[in-house]
Design a protein around this ligand. Structure first.
Ligand code: FO1
Length: 322
């Protein structure tokens, strides 16, 4: 398939790896293609008076090649002098480290927001510093933050995820203020005009799920002429990285490649999927998925490096072309 316009819905760490592989594939095989990434903004928060946008930052840093590949978030070569001062003053969260270089991003973003720029314009300004090779869009310009309902009350997603390591049972996820939100400028248009829409192997609940929860985005996926193909973030019944299993359990979805596809739903059944890639270890799920109207294929889904991820992206686009 010679796609010209590819849209990817993505979260942070897994999404960044996937988009980097897709970009490598496009640079090699279809350099004229435009890649638009619609990023989850549900993890975003105000902290120490600054606006922090974790998934947008993971994507921007990874595509710029300045990310900390080991931790999976933040900047390479980071220092934490300012963070130690904030902790000494009791400002911010001592267990949520804002590195010095990372703070540069949050200060710049907060300054631009205070000048009145919408988040999508701020993303353009910050991303212009590097040749990312893709267009980065927040799912919405509105502040729609994911909060986790627990027995201890409602926590911001980042507090649940980082302070409790998702160990506190989640009774549910709430997108605060989602009803009043709209998709960011260009998001719906990009999905409608796309030749292919891909759901990155990100957290199906708090990353892809929150993007789909922004009014207008699920509808655009159901309306677009572009095939919608997702990649499973679960291999052999286990999450590849992160704690998506804690999120899936909370919404009653099995941590299983086919169960996640059924959760997204076949387009014919009111869902968003036309196709779904599972790893070779889950090949037995393919016939069942095909029976539900979701075209499926089993291919290696371990994003071990850009080459492996490029092959995954090629398989997803090939499935979209069928
Ligand atoms: N994750 C951690 O496990 N510990 C941290 O201290 C931490 C700080 C942090 C600061 C900025 C940022 O953008 C992300 C940060 N993360 C941290 C990762 C964050 O929880 C994830 O990027 C996503 O929100 C979940 O995938």
């Amino acid at each position: 398939m010679e796609p010209d316009r590819i849209v990817v819905l993505a979260g942070g760490v897994g999404g960044a790896k996937f988009v980097r592989g897709l970009r490598a594939l496009a640079r090699r095989d279809f350099p004229a293609a435009e890649i638009t990434v619609v990023a989850n903004t549900g993890d975003d928060l105000w902290l120490a008076g600054l606006r922090v946008t974790p998934d947008l930052d993971s994507l921007m840093y990874a595509l710029a090649g300045v990310n900390d590949d080991v931790r999976g978030w933040g900047r390479a070569g980071e220092t934490e002098r300012v963070s130690a001062e904030l902790t000494a003053y009791g400002v911010g969260w001592p267990w949520f480290t804002l590195g010095d270089l990372d703070l540069g991003t949050h200060i710049a973003r907060s300054a631009l927001l205070k000048e009145g720029l919408p988040l999508s314009a701020v993303v353009d300004r910050l991303a212009a510093r590097w040749p990312l090779g893709v267009r980065l869009l927040p799912a919405t310009d509105a502040e729609v933050e994911t909060h986790v309902v627990t027995a201890e009350g409602e926590l911001h997603f980042e507090e649940w995820w980082v302070r409790t390591r998702a160990a506190l049972p989640a009774l549910g996820f709430v997108q605060r203020g989602v009803a009043a939100a709209t998709a960011a400028p260009g998001v719906v248009e990009a999905i409608i005009a796309a030749d292919a829409v891909l759901l990155a192997p990100s957290n199906p609940v708090v990353s892809i799920g929150t993007v789909l929860g922004i009014p207008g985005i699920r509808e655009a996926l159901r309306e677009t002429a572009a095939p919608v193909v997702g990649l499973s973030p679960v291999i052999g019944g286990a999450v590849v990285r992160g704690m998506a299993d804690a999120c899936l359990t909370a919404i009653g979805v099995e941590t299983d490649a086919a169960a996640i596809a059924r959760h997204y739903g076949a387009r014919a059944d009111g869902g968003v999927l036309d196709g779904w890639l599972v790893d070779g270890t889950d090949a037995s799920a393919v016939p069942r998925l095909e029976a539900t109207g979701i075209r499926a294929r089993a291919v290696p889904l371990w994003m071990t490096d850009d080459g492996a991820t490029a092959r995954m992206a090629a398989a997803a686009l090939a499935l979209a072309a069928r």
